[in-house]
Design a protein. Sequence first.
Length: 291
Amino acid sequence: MSAARPAAAVKSGMFKPGYEGVTPSSRLSPVEVAQFEARKDALVARLTDAMLTLSVLEADDPSGKGSAWPAYVREFGDLTGRDEESLREAETRPARFAAKPHHLESLLPTLALLDGLRPVYLKVLFLRAIGSYYGGFSFPAIGDRFGKTGEWARHTYEAVVIQAARRDGLLAPEPAGWAVLVTGVRSGGWRSYVTTARDPSHQLRDLKAKSPIVLEDAFALWTAGQPVAQRLAKQARVHLLGRATHGSWHRISPDDMADLLITEARKIRAEWSIENLPLGRLSGAVADDAA
């Protein structure tokens, strides 16, 4: 993969099987990046305080949540609050976190932002929270606990914060934008198909169903709107006239197509972001069997 193709955005597999609640997107559109950066610090502090408060409640009084508390709160407690091993692993131990009245008041509304998440996401959030207070648990250290990389841990953590921001109303439920969709097959040498889509995941499913050969790579280059996406796709086709095979297929690898599209986007100073799309395999960000 070239440097232009970052790790996949996290969405599929983020929520427990059978969960029927709201499942916001964890992807940021180009126009949302600055908006999210300006708002995330207060939300991160709130999520961190909730994890620390829950750990203190569990350590002090395992029955403190009570049977009347929502089921997801009891589940969070089992996953985080009783993890004394993780607390002991922290590099330094200043004064133990003391939950104040405002922490207890905001605990349930904050945990509601995390309802339905698979355990691995809650665990990464918890480890990062206690690390921010007690010291330790960098992203590489968290990744090591799961046999993965620091980048995996960072993407997983950021996905939790983004979807919480959408549930809290800080961001729209779904990112606005339009995408250039690129799919690739390697049979007989790399060939790539380029089109545009408002919902690239849905269009990808259609392409897979219609393709006589197995698609081996796919990504969406998101930009601010349909005209920009169409302009980028058109410019890519112009550059690849000599490599056209049939329709919108060209003799070029998806990675090289990504480089070409990004170069064109920079020429017109268009904002963009890339999302790798799963093709029926495990997401590159979080494996489904992660515990």
